[in-house]
Design a protein around this ligand. Structure first.
Ligand code: ADP
Ligand code: ILO
Length: 344
């Protein structure tokens, strides 16, 4: 354990840097969860990467209570969700009001909705052992390979996959990238690529990443803007997987995830959308995004840049809002952004 208070550069804006005071550091620096996860491990990603927006990762559900003096203000700042609040789920596709906002196909390239999940009573990725990770891979891949109908598919382990296949899956936006420096410093890339892989159905509209930032990332995606169809497929997929796998969940924080930004619903609903004119007017773009609780990312995942005026627009809030509300946030933001683009 490193007992020295970390130093952050002057221009550091991470929530870690904002909320880690010397008092909190001293109170938590010698604590360890029952899986042996320490404060040093929880903050290492943000210490090594001062350009982090958040900077912390949990090693298990217990991290959120043991290190609460640090995690609680970060959770409140990101989600607007307080210690006394309770998270409620509402994952019913019938209640989503989201007719395709772009029937002409001029703006929305594709729609993707994912949720993160982790297995109950197993440490999260930053604290998991190699054996536990491999056991998660076999349990989850077996559960997935027993799915039927439109969800039927095959599991492809990363180990043994050709470099060309990997590169193609990444560039087609189906597979996670290797070597993320934020995950590296969080201990999430240990033993790479063993225990990691991707499951997908034949037409790649239903996919599951195994043992990336979370043990499962359950994904529904397709071309165009039929958001309701994507949400409905995800609902059926999650319900089918839940029949044989029990996920880590708490009454207060909803689904437990390694990054506090994903707690609650663990849902990120996004579109890849062409907004070349708004892209030239950053102030207006960001103001509309902020007003509708949506986040702007580049099209090759978080921390990537836009290409050809295409952006990734997704719900920002995930905790203290329901699954239906997450998608509704994204939908309302997209409708407003299309209207603004048309007006320019
Ligand atoms: P996450 O969704 O897990 O937060 P990223 O932002 O890293 O992760 O995105 C993961 C991958 O999903 C990237 O390849 C990204 O381009 C792709 N992706 C995200 N949203 C869409 C979308 N609406 N259409 C197509 N691909 C998408
Ligand atoms: N640890 C990174 C990423 C935070 C949010 N995104 C994800 C993928 N969890 C940071 O603090 O910038």
């Amino acid at each position: 354990m490193n007992h020295t208070f970390p130093s952050f550069p002057k221009d550091c804006h991470s929530l870690l840097c904002r909320y880690l005071t010397p008092e909190i550091f001293d109170a938590l620096k010698d604590k360890k969860t029952s899986n042996g996860y320490t404060l040093h491990q929880a903050i290492n990603s943000g210490v090594q990467n001062p350009d982090s927006s958040i900077g912390v990762y949990a090693g298990d559900a217990e991290s959120y209570t043991l290190f609460a003096p640090l995690f609680d203000p970060i959770i409140e700042a990101y989600h607007g969700f307080c210690r006394s609040d309770t998270h409620h789920s509402h994952f019913n596709p019938d209640d989503l009001k989201a007719p395709n906002p772009d029937t002409s196909g001029d703006y929305i390239v594709s729609t993707r909705i994912r949720v993160g999940r982790n297995i109950a009573d197993v440490p999260l990725g930053p604290a998991i052992s190699k054996e536990q990770r491999n056991a998660v891979e076999s349990q989850v891949s077996q559960a997935l390979e027993s799915l039927e109908g439109a969800l039927r598919g095959t599991y492809y382990p990363l180990q043994g996959m050709s470099s060309a296949d990997k590169a193609q899956l990444v560039s087609d936006h189906f597979l996670f990238k290797a070597g993320d420096r934020f995950l590296e410093a969080a201990g999430l890339n240990r033993d790479w690529p063993e225990g990691r892989g991707i499951f997908h159905n034949e037409d790649k509209t239903f996919l599951v990443w195994i043992n990336e930032e979370d043990q499962l990332r359950i994904i529904s995606m397709q071309s165009g803007g039929d958001i309701k169809a994507v949400f409905t497929r995800l609902f059926h997929a999650v319900s089918a997987i839940e029949k044989s796998v029990t996920f880590s969940h708490s009454k207060h924080l909803g689904y437990i995830t390694s990054c506090p930004t994903n707690l609650g619903t663990a849902m990120r609903a996004s579109v890849h959308i062409k907004l070349p004119k708004l892209g030239q007017n950053k102030e207006r773009f960001e103001a509309i995004a902020k007003a509708h609780h949506v986040q702007i990312r580049g099209i090759h995942g978080e921390h990537s840049e836009s290409e050809g005026g295409i952006y990734d627009i997704s719900n920002r809030r995930r905790l203290g809002v329901s699954e239906v509300q997450c998608v509704q946030d994204m939908y309302d933001g997209v409708v407003a952004l299309i209207a603004a683009e048309q007006s320019l």
